[in-house]
Design a protein around this ligand. Structure first.
Ligand code: ADP
Length: 471
């Protein structure tokens, strides 16, 4: 089967979160099963672009409202990622350093999608599946079915994967002229609550919709930032497929970001050495349990609770643990976390920003990883942490619920709590300290979690059988 993945992110080309990890891994595993999976994404100004070679595949142009754009599709020449990678270059719009965060993001991603569909319409053969990811590719199923210039693509089955339903790409109807001319009788397939809603449009138009865990699929019918009813109507075409992790990238035995490397065989020493590195970098005490948080500092991750949790834990539990935070996001949370460094020196430290290498060092060197998320569609951090022998402390929600079993349950290995509140989180930290004291049990759990199979094989196969059902 030939599958074209369309996404705003793909690791290692450009990544802002889990979407990048998934789109960087899934096609590779699909190809290993004998399929031909390709990725098309925007051409940002990233290190990957400058360090690799590309050939021009196609040149075209389109109108977006009153503006005329030329676009170029370039292809990475060596297949080094394990799949064909195509980048869409649109001068002045996509060629920026960051993936998101610009005032004209609606224009940027609409233009990206028009270029992809236009390019696809010029192919002399057609892929068997167009697989779109999140709202940045959400208008594509509509365009393929209802834009006059592209309706000959309508027979190609489309699949949408929702990595996060909180972000939907809303645009006011004033911007409807950005879309290529479409059958206006079908306007309802773009609309949700009087706005153009690219994610809702993809849910309506794609043949199948998947999300990244079973629990999140159920939760979306109750909590999906305004789309709850839509998921209820469309539940017949929605499936949950849990993300895997790329265990070639996330493997403490060969990870080039960490030193020394370690495996289950030398786990105790490997983790201790990794912890030493971290503690000396951040002035923390190697003999205390180290609890880390890695992620976007936003409401859905409950990052706003971290300052109070850390103060309470350090003061009420007599500083019996250390904390280290890596992340960026809400400026008020960043400010609070920075300001705590001095009063809590020796117990707490943080690095505000995005740092791939440090994230790997933290998964390797920490004892516990905290994820108090209010919403967590799948969550990859807890799976990475486990692969590096780090015990997850997570809220019982979404993909966290599907991947972590509390150590109080038979064969359990993590710490689960129900509410994103300071009280529930500090209680869980207390349970972590209790577990940390039980050296033998701790080692046994670490060894067990490193061997859990969260690899992509099963999930890649689930996607293939979903595609097959559409042929
Ligand atoms: P989301 O996609 O909602 O941000 P996920 O758990 O699915 O959350 O994926 C997060 C990914 O982004 C993980 O690979 C994590 O290590 C990475 N990540 C998040 N924030 C940072 C950061 N500040 N520095 C390095 N990596 C980060």
């Amino acid at each position: 089967m030939e599958i074209l993945h369309v996404s705003a992110e793909c690791y290692p080309v450009a990544k802002a979160g889990g979407l990048g990890d998934v789109v960087g891994a899934l096609p590779k595993y699909q190809n290993q099963f004998g399929h031909l999976a390709k990725v098309v994404m925007p051409m940002y100004q990233t290190k990957f672009l400058y360090e690799n070679n590309f050939d021009t595949t196609h040149k075209g142009s389109f109108w977006m409202g009153p503006r005329f754009f030329d676009y170029t599709i370039i292809k990475e020449t060596t297949n080094k990622l394990g799949f064909d990678l195509y980048l869409v270059d649109i001068n002045g719009l996509l060629d920026r350093e960051q993936v998101y965060g610009y005032d004209d993001d609606s224009e940027r991603f609409t233009a990206f999608q028009i270029a992809v569909v236009d390019w696809l319409s010029k192919w002399n053969h057609q892929p068997d599946i167009v697989h779109v990811h999140d709202h940045q590719a959400g208008l594509i199923p509509f365009m393929m079915q209802h834009c006059y210039a592209y309706q000959h693509l309508a027979a190609i089955p489309t699949v949408l994967t929702i990595h996060n339903a909180q972000y939907q790409g809303w645009m006011s109807w004033d911007k409807s002229n950005y879309l290529p001319s479409f059958n206006s009788w079908e306007w309802g397939k773009l609309d949700w609550q009087n706005n153009i809603n690219p994610l809702a449009s993809a849910v309506k138009c794609a043949l199948q919709v998947t999300t990244v865990s079973m629990s999140y699929l159920e939760e979306m019918r109750e909590n999906a930032n305004g789309l709850e009813n839509l998921f209820e109507y469309e539940k017949g075409k929605c499936t949950g497929i849990l993300n895997g992790i790329d265990d070639a990238v996330w493997d403490p035995a060969v990870d080039t970001y960490i030193s020394p490397n370690f495996s289950v065989a030398n786990l105790a020493d490997g983790k201790l050495q990794s912890k030493k590195v971290l503690c000396s970098l951040f002035n923390l005490d190697i003999y205390k349990p180290l609890i880390v948080f890695i992620g976007r500092l936003v409401h859905e991750k409950a990052a706003d609770l971290l300052p109070q949790v850390i103060y309470d834990a350090v003061y009420h539990m007599q500083g019996r643990m250390n904390f280290l935070i890596l992340g960026s996001g809400d400026p008020s949370v960043e400010y609070a976390l920075e300001n705590m460094k001095q009063p809590l020196a020796g117990f707490y430290n943080s690095k505000i920003g995005y740092n791939e290498k440090l994230s790997h060092q933290m998964y390797a060197g920490a004892d516990f990883l905290l994820m108090p998320s209010r919403v967590e569609p799948c969550g990859l951090n807890q799976m990475y942490a486990m692969r590096y022998g780090t015990i997850p402390i997570v809220r019982n929600t979404g993909g966290l619920r599907d991947t972590v079993v509390d150590y109080g349950d038979p064969n359990g290995y993590g710490i689960l709590f129900n509410d994103a509140t300071v009280g529930d989180i500090t209680y869980s930290i207390h349970r972590a300290l209790e577990l940390y004291k039980q050296t033998k049990r701790l080692q046994k759990i670490r060894s067990a979690i490193m061997q859990i199979d969260n690899s992509w094989e099963k999930s890649a196969e689930a996607y293939i059988s979903l595609y097959s059902s559409l042929q």
